[in-house]
Design a binder for this molecule. Structure first.
Ligand SMILES: NC(=O)c1ccc[n+]([C@@H]2O[C@H](COP(=O)([O-])OP(=O)(O)OC[C@H]3O[C@@H](n4cnc5c(N)ncnc54)[C@H](O)[C@@H]3O)[C@@H](O)[C@H]2O)c1
Length: 335
């Protein structure tokens, strides 16, 4: 059985491909244009394939519709996990067209080809950014909360969600699971793959880079929020638990209808708690600068994960902040 994974040269996609290799017997077709992903990640994944036959890599931009269609003609793709996208919120505010083109238009094309070529399962990487600026009475966030993104990145993903749902509504053969990730963090427990964004904008890799002397200090944006220690609280999910949610989503669709799930642990940590956790696991002290709040940072974002835990066979294994920080630190030492 063949599965297409787009964006597998990147952070989350590479962890999912590793688990697909370990836990399933899929032949894995990868499409990635290496815009933010890495050839050496593909090389690592190929080395993890003991048969040497299960990974087929196409260095291909999804915007080239006809070439993408050729890949569907050459293979027998019935399942897709679609990670390929741009995901920097700040960049999406200054260059919205880049985000709508890649995240929405390219997804539209992929969904069209998928539907035309008889794809039966489509797993989509969405984001908590679709919810927008959530007020405290709506925390933890449930999937059915009104969606009101406050940046083009969140909007580009919400449009894609609608396109996927609308195509499924006219093609009974085409089922989807949309996964809305909260703050993805950490690295593979075996240390084979990890996070590598350039520029890095996520808190945990920035803090571990600071601990390792790759940055002079870590900036905390605002310590006057209405939270216990005044800093923002986020729901960090270990990338290996998130990867498992994708494997479970494929199984879920065998007997269940399309659906949407939050992916988080249902509780949060403050920025200061993350900084302290990294100091503890690294045993290194480093400089912390308190800056003014950034526009658009809500005080608290925490998922309600009841739905994924009760409807899908998903049980988190790595829900431990120190473990998340330790795996991120070990990975950062290697790159
Ligand atoms: N990292 C997070 O915390 C987070 C949170 C919520 C949602 N997401 C979503 O998860 C997905 C994966 O995120 P990530 O952190 O692994 O990002 P990443 O940048 O590490 O990986 C994205 C991959 O997609 C590839 N790609 C991008 N555009 C492409 C195109 N047009 N054609 C072919 N390949 C293309 C890139 O080269 C890269 O390998 C994205 O859709 C992102 O929006 C990530």
């Amino acid at each position: 059985m063949q599965i297409l994974v787009t964006g597998a040269a990147g952070y989350i996609g590479s962890h999912v491909v590793k688990q697909l290799l370990e836990q399933t017997d899929y032949e894995i077709i990868i499409i990635d244009n290496l815009s933010t992903g890495f050839q050496n990640t593909i090389d690592t994944l190929k080395k993890l394939d003991s048969t040497n036959k299960r990974i087929k890599f196409y260095n291909q931009d999804l915007s080239q519709w006809e070439k993408v269609e050729e890949i569907f003609k050459e293979n027998d793709i019935k399942e897709i996990i679609h990670f390929a996208a741009f995901s920097q919120v700040a960049e999406s505010m200054t260059n919205p067209i880049k985000y709508y083109s890649n995240n929405t238009i390219n997804t539209t094309n992929l969904v069209k080809v998928a539907s035309d070529y008889g794809v039966e399962k489509f797993i989509f990487s969405s984001t908590a950014a679709v919810y927008g600026d959530v007020t405290s009475e709506n925390i933890p966030i449930k999937e059915d909360l009104a969606k009101d993104p406050i940046n083009p990145y969140g909007s580009s993903k919400l449009f894609s969600e609608s396109i996927i749902k609308d195509v499924a509504s006219i093609n009974a053969n085409f089922k989807y699971v949309i996964l809305r990730y909260f703050n993805v963090a950490g690295a593979d427990i075996d240390g084979k793959v990890g996070e590598n964004h350039d520029p890095e904008t996520h808190l945990i890799p920035l803090v571990v880079k600071t601990a390792l002397g790759k940055r002079d200090s870590i900036k905390i944006f605002g310590d006057d929020y209405d939270t216990e220690d005044g800093t923002c609280i986020r729901d960090y999910i270990h990338v290996c638990d998130l990867a498992d949610a994708h494997i479970q989503a494929l199984k879920y669709l065998e007997t269940n209808p399309s659906d949407i799930f939050n992916c988080g642990y249902g509780y949060g940590y403050s920025v200061k708690e993350v900084v302290e956790a990294v100091k503890k696991v690294s045993n290194i002290d480093f400089k912390v600068d308190i800056e003014k709040r950034r526009i658009g940072d809500p005080a608290v974002l925490i998922s309600d994960n009841t739905k994924i835990k009760t409807k899908m066979n998903w049980t988190p294994k790595y829900n431990d902040l120190e473990l998340i920080c330790k795996t991120a630190l070990e990975w950062e030492k290697r790159i």
